[in-house]
Design a protein around this ligand. Structure first.
Ligand SMILES: NC(=O)C1=CN([C@@H]2O[C@H](COP(=O)(O)OP(=O)(O)OC[C@H]3O[C@@H](n4cnc5c(N)ncnc54)[C@H](O)[C@@H]3O)[C@@H](O)[C@H]2O)C=CC1
Ligand SMILES: O=C(O)[C@@H]1CCC=N1
Length: 267
């Protein structure tokens, strides 16, 4: 398989694939930045190249450049395609626009992964363009399930919501962890102590929810003793409209995904 663009997200998927046992020789990355290219080769022993034709030798080509860089890449790549599956992980960009840029090439699957792919704990949503074959859909699902969970979408419009929830999601978790670390330090713990406490709390809570039949609200109530400490924390969050802010933030992310699709699709 080949990746076009060897930045943060491609790197995360590649690390996950290698840890899963994918041979380094099976991965090629086309990366235009010389330092990044060199680092990818040094760190992982994978094939690297500066020019797009190297990617067209692969059966699966994952487009992992920024959404704003995708059109130029696709226009060039289109003339090099024969029968490959093209996967795009770019936020916002719709399958129909990508297929058009590729020269009306329909074997396109749109994927929204996230960076925990690096530790095979990612989650990806996939949407296959109508012209893809069952084998191509299977291949895309296989690739992404090597680095985490997979959810297929019937309606591409849902990709904006997925991007807001799980694509950007790890950043919200880290933001919350940063806040917990700041507070923990202010309250007298060392940064390292809070790091462990906060991380394990997130992991443990997610694992608890995963194995539970209860909804999130019930699990929250199970922590919240009447007249206790959690009640005060949650009261403070309610007073400060924390939940509303988070809801608004996800709407802003989904809006941006839609907007990127509109702007870039009009080019
Ligand atoms: N970072 C994340 O958590 C996620 C990112 N995505 C999507 O993944 C894509 C990549 O995002 P990041 O990895 O964060 O960006 P990034 O900026 O770290 O990586 C993009 C890479 O593409 C390279 N590049 C640009 N034009 C190129 C060309 N013509 N040929 C070869 N290489 C080229 C750049 O040098 C850079 O290394 C974006 O479209 C983004 O929407 C999707 C899900 C999550
Ligand atoms: O921030 C972004 O645009 C990309 C897409 C989802 C996560 N990172």
């Amino acid at each position: 398989m080949a990746f076009v663009g060897g930045g943060n997200m491609a790197r995360a998927i590649i690390i996950g694939l290698l840890a899963k046992g994918c041979p380094p020789a099976d991965i090629t990355v086309v990366e235009m930045d010389r330092d990044r290219r060199y680092a990818l080769n040094q760190d992982f022993g994978i094939n690297v190249a500066a020019e797009l034709p190297a990617a067209s030798l692969s059966d699966v080509i994952v487009l992992a450049v920024k959404p704003q860089q995708l059109r130029d890449v696709a226009i060039f790549l289109g003339s090099l395609l024969s029968n490959q599956l093209v996967i795009s992980i770019a936020a916002g960009v719709r399958c129909s626009d990508l297929a058009r840029w590729l020269g009306n090439y329909g074997a396109v699957v749109r994927v929204m992964p996230n960076t925990p792919a690096q530790v095979q704990a990612g989650v990806s949503a996939l949407y296959a363009a109508p012209a893809t074959t069952p084998e191509q859909r299977h291949l895309a699902g296989q690739l992404m399930s090597a680095v985490g969970g997979v959810v297929w979408l019937e309606d591409e419009v849902q990709m904006d919501a997925v991007t807001a929830v799980s694509g950007s999601g790890p950043a919200y978790v880290f933001y919350f962890l940063e806040a917990m670390q700041q507070a923990g330090v202010e309250l007298g713990l060392s940064a390292e102590q809070v790091r462990v406490l906060a991380m394990q709390t997130f992991l443990g809570a997610a694992q608890l929810a995963l194995g539970s039949e209860h909804d999130f609200a019930t699990l929250r109530q199970q922590v919240t003793s009447k007249g206790g400490t959690t009640e005060q924390a949650l009261l403070s969050m309610e007073t400060n409209h924390v939940k509303d802010s988070i809801v608004q933030a996800l709407h802003a992310a989904a809006n941006r995904s839609r907007e990127l699709g509109d702007i870039l699709g009009n080019q």
